[in-house]
Ligand binder design. Structure first.
Ligand code: XUL
Ligand code: CO
Length: 439
């Protein structure tokens, strides 16, 4: 039985199309810089928002109408939901999906029961992957919803909770391996604190590192070769999340000898909650060789929380794709829509409008970014701006062949800095507009 009987497989019709159930920019087989759009973007759909989101908020209950879902926590319902999910993935031509263990299968009364439920749903996921060709971008474990995780998981003050979390991640890694997942994500749900007075921060960070080392060891043991990713977020649900931004994550990984085993899964709304732009986070992680994947969404300028909206803003998608391409592409990661339809958009068709619009926005961003790169517009201005480092004194400083004493001698002789070049910020902003007009 079809979950979306009125929706065809979404096809590319070009920018002039008025068909709301067609792509205007996402043309999967179109070649950009020698690679298909499909391979540049590696779109992925999330299970949690799209198939478990209900539209409830702190002020009101569920609004979403989901005819394929009987509303129970039975394994059978979870299996039917999985079939509906794959119908949507296929109709959107999405090559990937991502899930938490507890999104796909109901939690049981004991850990053993939860594991059994997960295996039973994984059977259907495996079947559906084989039938449709849709692949698993990443798996993860939900270690924040259940009340046992009130103080966190790997950073809980309770060692039993640490043990539960370890067992849960062990199982989630096994299922991710079984389903051929290309990455495994750690988002630190409640790994952080609400109040420092009751928190031994150093001890919690040590525990978190121990947890990650155990995950690295276990991946080796079972032969999981996917990429481990940490997803930075500065706050929410806690006041301070330990993985607060790309720089904090990389410092933590470096301090605890974990840098070789992890990259980052960067999320737009998390970047902005941290007071950064998404391009900042991508450029920072990329510069350290740690760009792993992105959770594609956007916040609301007027709401200071993690609204997880679908990104439709061409400036944002252009910046995101430009910086991803600058760092050599998204690798084994993808553009994963960690985004949810608004509470008022309660009908199944809204799920299609949301994904189509954002897929198109990223496809257009990719094309604009490629056009800017082809003309070297931004690149040339950066080369010009840093030219004092290319030879003479700058080159010597970079090579480490001069120290303070030589630089003092040089500057005493010269007396004053005699030239600077313009930053050309406004020109660059105009240039981005020019390519947005043209593509
Ligand atoms: C929460 C968030 C998560 C992670 C996966 O803000 O982004 O959905 O992406 O745990
Ligand atoms: Co996310």
């Amino acid at each position: 039985m079809s979950a979306f009987p009125d929706v065809p497989t979404i096809q590319y019709e070009g920018p002039q199309s008025d068909n709301p159930l067609a792509f205007r920019w996402y043309n999967p087989s179109e070649i950009i810089e020698g690679k298909t759009m499909r391979d540049h973007l590696r779109f992925s759909i999330v299970y949690w928002h799209t198939f478990r989101g209900t539209g409830s908020d702190p002020f009101g209950s569920a609004t979403a109408v989901r005819p394929w879902d009987d509303g129970t926590e039975s394994v059978e319902n979870a299996q039917n939901r999985a079939r509906a999910a794959f119908e949507l993935f296929e109709k959107l031509q999405a090559p990937y999906y991502a899930f938490h263990d507890r999104d796909v299968a109901p939690e049981g009364a004991t850990l053993a029961e939860s594991n059994k439920n997960l295996d039973a749903v994984a059977d259907v996921l495996e079947e559906e992957q084989a039938r449709s060709g849709v692949k698993l971008l990443w798996g993860t474990a939900n270690m924040f919803s259940n009340p046992r995780f009130m103080h966190g998981a790997a950073t809980s003050c309770n060692a039993d909770v640490f043990a539960y979390a370890s067992a849960q991640v062990k199982k989630a890694m096994e299922v991710t391996l079984r389903l051929g997942g290309e990455n495994y994500v750690f988002w630190g749900g409640r790994e952080g604190y609400q109040n420092l007075y009751n928190t031994d921060m150093k001890r919690e960070l040590d525990h978190l590192a121990r947890f990650f080392h155990m995950a690295v060891d276990y991946a080796k043991e079972i032969g999981f070769e996917g990429q481990f990713l940490i997803e930075p977020k500065p706050k929410e649900p806690t006041k301070h999340q330990y993985d607060s931004d790309a720089a904090a994550c990389l410092n933590f990984l470096r301090a605890y000898g974990l840098l070789d085993h992890f990259k980052l899964n960067l999320e737009t709304n998390h970047a902005t909650l941290a007071g950064h732009t998404m391009m900042h986070e991508i450029d920072y992680a990329g510069g350290q060789g740690a760009l792993g994947s992105i959770d594609a969404n956007t916040g609301d300028m007027l709401l200071g929380w993690d609204t997880d909206q679908f990104a439709t803003d061409y400036y944002l998608t252009t910046q995101t794709m430009y910086y991803i391409m600058k760092h050599g592409g998204i690798g084994s990661g993808g553009v994963n829509f960690d985004a949810k339809v608004r509470r008022e958009s309660f009908e199944p068709i809204d799920l299609f409008h949301a994904h189509i619009g954002s897929m198109d926005a990223f496809a257009k961003g990719l094309k604009v970014a490629a056009a800017i790169r082809a003309d070297q517009g931004i690149g040339n201005l950066i080369t010009e701006r840093y030219k004092s480092w290319d030879q003479g004194l700058g080159a010597k400083i970079e090579a480490g062949s001069v120290g303070f004493a030589e630089l003092e001698t040089y500057m005493l002789e010269k007396g004053e800095v005699d030239s600077n070049v313009s930053g050309r910020q406004e020109l660059l902003e105009n240039l981005v507009n020019r390519y947005l007009d043209r593509v």
